[in-house]
Design a protein around this ligand. Structure first.
Ligand SMILES: Cc1ncc(COP(=O)(O)O)c(C=O)c1O
Length: 376
């Protein structure tokens, strides 16, 4: 194996060196518990609150509306748990067929408890049908949960029209609105005011932090029911804080805010370059002409499976995936691509770059792909 080229950044990302540096004191002398009242703890508390401020600045919210979680899955489940407790007499949840498994599996659990779950369809571009959404929202609805962008194909599901429709209906029928923002953070500009959502969940390991840290934005903290009880996080999420993860996500959010246009430009340029090279090989990407996050390219081949390509690429030191990392042990074709109606969904790979991916890495991937497709 001569090179290592990681093109699976929607699964997880490398921990950034500026984040590692920032963590060093907390791996060493600054190990106090942020709840301790003496200086050894108070110093850490200050760092935790600074991290919260940095995260809040990135998404333009008040830090009091932001709690640290263990990741996107916990944020998603916490939002669902709070919404069903807020509206005990409403028994309908509206979500989509292409959500992350943390949502789909929680929905199945709620179905067994008597909830009606509506899984909205998506079209071949992974876009929602506004009419169906409009038709389903009613006064029995306690929660509408829609992902900001899809992890497998990159489509931005929350278009202006979808946001507006949900908010219009929110004033007519009271319900909560949750957005899984995990694949959007750092890739598109996220301002909480644009969405007017009740909850927005984020994950740190998609933005160069260690695994096991996330954020949950909560608009109305007074009516929030915690998933984990305890006094930490303003009584909204119990458990001694994951200080290392918190320092990391604070640093990462600050970095993204300070360098956003540069990160965006790099992702966009490289993604255009990658898709141009694929077009030169007569390969068309899925969801080619719709709004997407600028780092994700999904490709479906005619006569070779995604697994075959993935494992061949691996022998050249290149990592891509065939779907989401969470479902990689499942041999069924991707439920996202199947819901979209993609022909031969099992013949698909996902390439997801980050701002550190280089043109030379893309060229290496393209050359290797050509070799594989020629059957050499
Ligand atoms: C869209 C989406 N939501 C939620 C998650 C789960 O985040 P975490 O791994 O931090 O629990 C993922 C992870 O792949 C994701 O892609």
């Amino acid at each position: 194996m001569n090179r290592f080229v990681y093109l699976d950044n929607n699964a997880t990302t490398k921990i950034a060196s500026h984040i590692k540096e920032k963590l060093q004191p907390y791996l060493d002398l600054q190990y106090g518990n942020p709840s301790s009242l003496y200086w050894h703890g108070v110093k850490v508390r200050k760092a935790v609150e600074q991290a919260r401020q940095n995260c809040a600045d990135l998404i333009n919210c008040n830090p009091k509306n932001l709690i640290f979680t263990s990741g996107g899955s916990e944020g998603n489940c916490s939002a669902f748990n709070s919404a069903i407790n807020k509206y005990p007499n409403k028994k309908k949840i509206i979500t989509t067929k292409v959500e992350h498994s943390s949502i789909l599996e929680y929905c199945e659990l709620l179905k067994k408890k008597g909830y009606e779950i509506v899984y909205l369809d998506v079209d071949i571009n992974c876009n929602l049908n506004l009419k169906q959404l409009e038709h389903e929202i009613d006064d029995n609805t306690c929660l509408v949960s829609i992902q900001l962008a899809n992890n497998e194909v990159g489509t931005i599901l929350l278009t202006e029209e979808v946001i507006q429709l949900i908010n219009n209906y929110k004033s007519e029928f009271s319900f909560d609105f949750h957005i899984d923002c995990v694949q959007g953070l750092g890739k598109i500009d996220i301002d909480v005011n644009k969405y007017n959502a009740d909850y927005m969940s984020f994950s740190g390991h998609k933005i160069h932090c260690p695994k096991g840290i996330g954020l949950l934005y909560i608009k109305d903290t007074k009516n929030f029911t915690p998933l984990i009880s305890g006094h930490q996080e303003f009584n909204l999420r119990g458990g001694t804080e994951n200080v290392l993860g918190i320092i990391a996500i604070g640093e990462s959010c600050k970095y993204i805010k300070d360098n956003f246009s540069e990160i965006q430009a790099k992702l966009k340029d490289l993604n255009i370059y990658l898709e141009q090279q694929l077009a030169n090989m007569n390969i068309t990407c899925n969801c080619k002409n719709v709004a997407r996050i600028p780092n994700t390219t999904s490709i479906t081949f005619d006569n070779i499976t995604g697994n075959q390509i993935m494992f061949k690429l691996e022998t050249f030191g290149i990592c891509v995936s065939t779907g989401s990392a969470c479902n990689s042990e499942n041999s069924e074709p991707s439920y996202v691509l199947t819901s979209m109606g993609v022909k031969n969904p099992q013949n698909t790979i996902r390439v997801s770059i980050d701002e550190n991916t280089t043109k030379s890495q893309i060229n290496y991937f393209i050359d290797t792909l050509k070799t594989i497709l020629k059957g050499e």
